[in-house]
Design a protein around this ligand. Structure first.
Ligand SMILES: [Zn+2]
Length: 174
C-alpha cells in the first residue's frame, strides 16, 4: 500500500469515527457510543468497514439496537458497506467512559461511576471496605442512600438524596 492509499483508508475511518461520535446510546440518549467506550475500533477489511463493539453489561438488551444504530448511521453517511463485530473480551468497564461522557451523565441526572475499585492484582482486603458515597447529581450532596440495587436497567442502581430528597440513578462501576 502506498502513502496515498494509506491516507485514503484513514480518511474513511476518520469519517466513520466522526459519525459515531454523534450516535447516542439508546438507553442514555445524552452520551455517544464513543464516550461510553462501546466503540472499540473502526477498521477496514477490504471494502467492508468493520466496527468493533464491546457491549456494556452482558445481556444488555440494547446491544442489538446499538449494532443496528451504528450500521444505519454509517450507511447513511455513505461509508458502507458496514459490519459490526461484537468483542466481549476484554469486558467493558465503566473506566472506558470518557470524562466528557461522565459529565454528560451527571447533567442528565445520573451519578456517573467512580473508578473501578480494587484491581485483580492487588492484595485482597480482609476488612470490609466502605463504599465511597455516591454524590447526588443534582445538589452534589454526599448524604445519599441506595434504595434498590437495580434501576431502570441492570447497569444502574437507584439512590435517594437525603438533602434534596430527589431519587436518582447511579451507573454502577464494573
Ligand atoms: Zn440532592
Amino acid at each position: 500500500m502506498n502513502a496515498l492509499e494509506k491516507e485514503a483508508v484513514s480518511a474513511r475511518v476518520q469519517a466513520a469515527w466522526a459519525v459515531l461520535e454523534q450516535v447516542q446510546d439508546p438507553e442514555i440518549p445524552v452520551i455517544s457510543l464513543c464516550d461510553l467506550g462501546v466503540v472499540r475500533e473502526v477498521r477496514e477489511s477490504g471494502a467492508l468497514l468493520e466496527v468493533v463493539l464491546t457491549p456494556t453489561y452482558s445481556g444488555c438488551p440494547a446491544t442489538e439496537v446499538i449494532a443496528h444504530d451504528v450500521k444505519t448511521a454509517l450507511e447513511a453517511a455513505q461509508l458502507g458497506p458496514v459490519a459490526t463485530v461484537l468483542q466481549r473480551a476484554p469486558a467493558w468497564t465503566t473506566d472506558w467512559i470518557s470524562a466528557k461522557g461522565k459529565a454528560a451523565l451527571r447533567e442528565y441526572g445520573i451519578a456517573p461511576p467512580g473508578p473501578v475499585p480494587l484491581a485483580d492484582a492487588q492484595p485482597i482486603c480482609i476488612t470490609r471496605r466502605r463504599q465511597p458515597p455516591v454524590p447526588c447529581p443534582r445538589c452534589e450532596s454526599t448524604r445519599t442512600e441506595r434504595i434498590a440495587p437495580f434501576g431502570s436497567t441492570p447497569c444502574k442502581a437507584l439512590y435517594r438524596c437525603l438533602s434534596c430528597h430527589e431519587p436518582f440513578e447511579h451507573f454502577k462501576p464494573i
